[in-house]
Structures are given as C-alpha cells and as structure tokens.
Design a protein around this ligand. Structure first.
Ligand SMILES: *Cc1c(COP(=O)(O)O)cnc(C)c1O
Length: 226
C-alpha cells in the first residue's frame, strides 16, 4: 500500500491554517513509507511499539522527532529515553517515576503528556480527574525533576455517535484549560493538547486540539489492528 501523498498535503494544509501539529503515525509501516513523507517535509512521527521505534530511529534521519504514542511498559522506558521527543501516553505515577529515572541516566529532560481517560472504552488508559489533581500537586512540588510536562493527551470512544466524540473532546479541552493554570512549576510549559486520529480529527480540532495523531489517512490501512 503506497503512501497517500495527496492526502498528506491536504491534511497538512488544513492543520497548518489552525496551527495544529501533525504527528504521522507510522506504526507497522515501512522505512520506505516513512522516508517518503520525510522527503515531503514531515518531521514528527508516532510509534506504538518500543522495539519498532528503536529500529526505525536507528535507520532513519536523526532530525526526526519521534513521538511514543502507545501504552508504555515501565521496563521498556530505558530503550527510548535516550532519544524520544515526546511521550504521549503517560498514564500512571509509576511510569512517570521510571521515565524520570531513565531521563536522569541519559542526562536528558524527557517531555511527556499525561493521558486522561475520557472515553467509554474500558480498553483505553489514562488518569481520571481526581488522579490528575493529585498528580498536579506532586508536579508543583517538583517531584519529577527530569520530566517536562507539555500537556495532555486523550482518546475518544470508538463509536459512530459523533455527538459523544464531540462531548468527550470538549470535556478534555476543559480539563486542559484548568490544568494549564493549576500547574505552577515553571519548568512545565503546558501548551500541547494531543487529541484526534484519522476518523475524528476534525472534531478534535474544532474542540481545541493542538496536536493530532494520524496514521491510516496518510499511510493507508494497517495490516493488523494496533
Ligand atoms: C494508531 C493510533 C493512532 C492513529 O490511528 P489512525 O486511525 O490510523 O489515524 C493515533 N493514536 C494512537 C494512540 C494510536 O494508537
């Protein structure tokens, strides 16, 4: 399946007007496919699997900004901490502690988004609002000094009900606006709201997304559901 370059240009143009960052989700896609979008100017790519991300990082140009967007296991943080640009799916304090530890080992600051659970799908991950409030206090005490929190990430329900998707994205945007003012530790610069995928990114943008994660619209359908 070839890269949809016309689709890429169209989506990119639409997002540029709104100042929304496009993360091209390249999981399961080949080095050649990624290189093709790279040659068109794309620099932000998203991956879900640690080993796949490491292999692609090694094979591809070093000015690519690699986003880890999947569910990250604590025992795998060490493999991506040396180079990852942004970790989207931080969904537990335990994971955040491990990222902090591995960032220190790599002598880096690692940028993260906290994942918030907004959907009806039990298979999805993320903090609820009460857990998020607790974490805000901890961040303001500077408990994680090697992590820079850039914002929030969330996924809407997998549904045909567009009004539910809009409601979930709107709710996350409201949480984001409050989060921005509640974080007082100045190392954390809250500016990123990562929400929206191929099927729902238009709703996400209308609800205030600043970063979308789009795969199949650019690369074609994946061979296996990931
Ligand atoms: C796979 C994936 C995407 C991209 O999905 P598409 O429907 O192909 O655009 C976005 N976000 C996450 C977290 C994903 O796992």
């Amino acid at each position: 399946m070839a890269v949809n370059t016309a689709g890429y240009q169209l989506v990119k143009k639409k997002l540029d007007v709104k100042n929304v960052t496009l993360v091209a989700v390249s999981k399961t896609k080949s080095i050649e496919d990624i290189q093709q979008l790279y040659d068109l100017g794309q620099r932000d790519f998203g991956e879900n699997y640690v080993q796949e991300l490491v292999d692609k990082y090694e094979a591809l140009p070093k000015d690519i900004r690699w986003h880890f967007i999947g569910h990250l296991q604590t025992n795998k943080v060490k493999y991506i901490a040396p180079f990852v640009y942004l970790i989207h799916g931080v969904d537990s304090v335990k994971l955040l502690s491990e990222i902090n530890k591995q960032a220190k080992k790599s002598d880096r600051l690692v940028s993260c988004l906290l994942q918030v659970f907004i959907s009806k799908d039990e298979t999805k991950f993320g903090f609820d609002e009460a857990e998020l409030m607790e974490l805000i206090s901890s961040l303001n005490r500077n408990d994680f000094d090697r992590v820079t929190i850039k914002g929030l990430m969330g996924m809407a329900s997998f549904t045909e009900d567009n009004s539910l998707i809009v409601a979930e994205f709107t709710r996350l945007h409201n949480i984001f606006e409050r989060f921005k003012v509640q974080i007082t530790e100045t190392r954390h610069t809250i500016s990123v709201l990562s929400m929206g995928m191929s099927a729902d990114y238009q709703f996400a943008i209308d609800a205030g997304s600043t970063m979308v994660r789009i795969g199949s619209l650019l690369f074609g359908e994946r061979n296996y559901k990931a």
